[in-house]
Ligand binder design. Structure first.
Ligand code: PMP
Ligand code: GLN
Length: 383
């Protein structure tokens, strides 16, 4: 039997490939983004508590009310917008499902969706599987800033949505107040929707604050704001996230959500609802990861690798152009197999799949592991 693939250009995700390679070659895995330390004991105890208490059956379809209340309160406190917890917040199986569901609920065949390159790997398949057309706008390769004239040039009467991601994976750049103003100006008076992937919202550095699109009066009414508990609470394997959007968008989102997953893990939702009340847990996350960024950057500063600027997320880009002429896939394989450090090549984040002599490392690791990996990378010589 011949099955026509809906995603002909897609094989296995680069995150799976590199983690597999790291395990196979016993390399330090700085590739796929996940912490190598455990989440807080108190959170584990809360999950266990709710499991023992019998909260083990289906949760309400949109999520446990207390958790939706906690999410709503957090967004209002941090970004100044009220989302009604009954009609405007949905708890999802990770940000991945929230992204898929948001895109699927609004994108029809032939619709164009603008994305910025380099782009996180799930956006394009989400668009394509709905018959949509991804329209690529490059970020400035120097500092990964936005060029809004380019965006305006790409907008057409088929533009259904724009996907924004800040803090940005893989570059670690943040949008600015001016970017938000430009986006407001560019889309004002249109029906263009925004999918705002804010999964690293609490991981910002050097005094910078997250600028959520929830904070924009003009944009919030057309935006799905998406976040992930996995990044905030060191629980990527639990696959829990949420989407906040105005009632008319949430209505469509939920229509889809009920048939994609219906509802998500019950005891974990109750646990997060309680745990989230300790705001210091997420407010201190930026400093926690800034320290890790600095440990890694300091340990590697005398290497031949050029360190790109990183304003947020737990990723650091490294430019290896003075070390090797190999394309990034080959160089990543070399680093994993010969040097013992697994990284992510950047080319899969681009439509043209071309190498730009850049790799991404994840610094959500113990300080010892970061120093050990840096010591290995220091051995790289000039080409
Ligand atoms: N968006 C971005 C930018 C990410 O880096 C990730 C990574 N995990 C996700 C979405 C998916 O989040 P989740 O694990 O909650 O599905
Ligand atoms: N978001 C994580 C990263 O960028 C990986 C998630 C995944 O493996 N799909 O590394």
């Amino acid at each position: 039997m011949k099955i026509k693939t809906k995603l002909p250009e897609w094989g296995t995700s680069i995150f799976t490939i590199m983690t597999r390679m790291a395990v196979e070659h016993n390399a330090i895995n700085l590739a796929q983004g996940f912490p190598d330390f455990n989440c807080d004991d108190e959170l584990l105890e809360l999950v266990h508590h709710f499991q023992k208490k019998g909260f083990n059956q289906y949760a309400p379809m949109q999520g446990v009310l207390n958790l939706r209340k906690s999410i709503s309160e957090k967004i209002e406190k941090l970004y100044g917008r009220h989302y009604d917890f009954e009609n405007e917040i949905t708890v999802t199986a990770g940000a991945t499902q929230a992204l898929y569901t948001a895109i699927t609920s609004v994108v029809e065949a032939g619709d164009e969706v603008i994305i910025f390159e380099p782009a996180y790997d799930s956006y394009v398949p989400d668009i394509l599987s709905n018959g949509g057309i991804p329209v690529y706008v490059p970020l400035n390769p120097k500092d990964y800033s936005y060029n809004w004239d380019l965006v305006r040039n790409k907008i057409s009467d088929k533009t259904k949505a724009i996907i924004l991601n800040s803090p940005h994976n893989p570059t670690g750049s943040l949008i600015t107040k001016d970017d938000i103003k430009e986006l407001e100006k560019t889309t004002k008076g249109t029906d263009i929707l925004v999918v705002s992937d804010e999964v690293y919202e609490h991981i910002t550095f050097d005094g910078r604050k997250q600028l959520s699109l929830a904070g924009s009066e003009e944009l919030a009414k057309r935006t799905f704001v998406i976040s992930s508990f996995g990044k905030t609470y060191h629980t990527t394997g639990w696959k829990m996230g949420y989407c906040a959007a105005p009632e008319n968008l949430t209505k469509e989102f939920v229509k889809m959500h009920q048939f994609v997953v219906f509802s998500v893990n019950t005891p974990i939702q109750y646990a997060y609802a309680d745990f989230m009340k300790q705001e210091d847990r997420y407010l201190s996350l930026g400093n926690f990861y800034q320290h890790k960024r600095d440990v890694f950057v300091n340990a590697i500063k005398n290497s031949r690798l050029k360190i790109k600027n990183c304003e947020g997320t737990y990723f650091q880009l490294l430019d290896y152009s003075s070390v090797s002429d190999k394309p990034d896939m080959e160089f990543s394989e070399y680093l994993t197999k010969e040097i013992g450090v697994a990284v992510i090549p950047l080319s899969p984040f681009y439509e043209d799949r071309e190498s730009r002599s850049l790799v991404r490392i994840c610094f959500a690791k113990s300080d010892e592991v970061l120093k050990e990996a840096a010591a290995k990378l220091l051995k790289l010589e000039t080409k």
